[in-house]
Design a binder for this molecule. Structure first.
Ligand SMILES: Cc1cc2nc3c(=O)[nH]c(=O)nc-3n(C[C@H](O)[C@H](O)[C@H](O)COP(=O)(O)O)c2cc1C
Ligand code: SF4
Ligand code: SF4
Length: 274
């Protein structure tokens, strides 16, 4: 079956996952490309159908598993024996069961998963963790991954021959979180409300970037308030604000990030499965 169109799909609140998907796609020789950015609520109301002659590269950010909204994300994607390259990004701590989950969900939606990759990106909750990632070393691995996955798909081999494991961590609290995710694979990821508290400073110029890129329409920029019942804690508004006017005000998050910063110091490398 020959592939005649490449589809790039991503859920990337702070932008790293989009970059990773695009870098991998750039290793695939000229094909018409269609992009589906699933960040906005309107984009997830569409239905996306793919056939056996399409190739999908899908990327999502993760939190020890796929992020909040992943039910919605996969519900709008429909494959028909469509070859699928799945990538996840994480902040050099652990990706837990995220790749396993992506494999199961993609297969459940009619895709043939030919390749999977986990890539490290700066930690969106604290960008000093894994700062500068992905870097040139990561990008070389992404290019090689893109080439190999493309060759595999072209040869008609749509089967995954190596299975993604649970990615553990040496950090005790992280180990406990990942063990919990493994025991409750179907429980959706949700950040406690306390951890989503944020403030907007006087530096705000009301450009609307945060509002346009919020995955759940939780920002009232006129009143500088957040609907924390709706907010999924994706950190997109904080990282995308050109004036750095949005900050987390959660003490709990500050403590957790301090602890992660101390624990997640060793450089982790991309994990590839084909
Ligand atoms: C609420 C939240 C939870 C996260 N949990 C983890 C985690 O468990 N492990 C990890 O390594 N990175 C974690 N991250 C970091 C992101 O996975 C990482 O920065 C990702 O590349 C962000 O993708 P984006 O730039 O496309 O939004 C978390 C980020 C957020 C906002
Ligand atoms: S992105 Fe920043 S500057 Fe723009 S409206 Fe939002 S808070 Fe204000
Ligand atoms: S308000 Fe919440 S859901 Fe919306 S962009 Fe900010 S962190 Fe993400």
């Amino acid at each position: 079956m020959s592939v005649n169109k490449l589809h790039l799909i991503y859920f990337s609140p702070s932008g790293s996952t989009e970059k990773v998907v695009r870098k991998i796609a750039s290793a695939i020789p000229a094909l018409p490309v269609e992009t589906h950015n699933l960040l906005t609520p309107a984009s997830r109301k569409n239905r996306y159908d793919f056939g056996p002659n399409d190739l999908v590269i899908m990327g999502s950010m993760t939190a020890g598993k796929l992020f909040t909204l992943s039910d919605e994300l996969f519900a709008c994607l429909h494959g028909d024996n469509t070859p699928f390259i799945g990538v996840i990004t994480y902040g050099n701590t652990y990706y837990g069961i995220a790749l396993k989950e992506m494999l199961k969900r993609a297969q459940g939606q009619g895709f043939c998963v030919a390749a999977l990759g986990a890539f490290v990106s700066r930690h969106s909750m604290d960008t000093s963790i894994a700062e500068g990632r992905p870097d040139s070393r990561d990008e070389a691995i992404m290019t090689d991954f893109g080439h190999k996955a493309w060759e595999k798909v072209q040869s008609g081999d749509y089967e995954l021959h190596t299975q993604p494991p649970t990615s553990w961590t040496d950090w005790e609290l992280g180990r406990q979180v990942v063990a919990y995710r493994e025991e409750h694979p179907d429980e959706p990821y949700a950040l406690p409300k306390d951890c989503k508290a944020k403030a907007i400073s006087d530096d705000c110029i009301k450009c609307g970037t945060c509002v346009r890129n919020c995955p759940v329409d939780a920002i009232d920029i006129e009143h500088k308030t957040f609907d924390l019942d709706k907010c999924i804690g994706c950190w997109g508004c904080i990282n995308r604000c050109p004036k750095h006017a949005i900050t987390s005000t959660s003490k709990q998050v500050a403590d957790i990030m301090k602890s992660i910063g101390t624990a997640a110091t060793a450089r982790l490398e991309p994990d590839i499965f084909m």
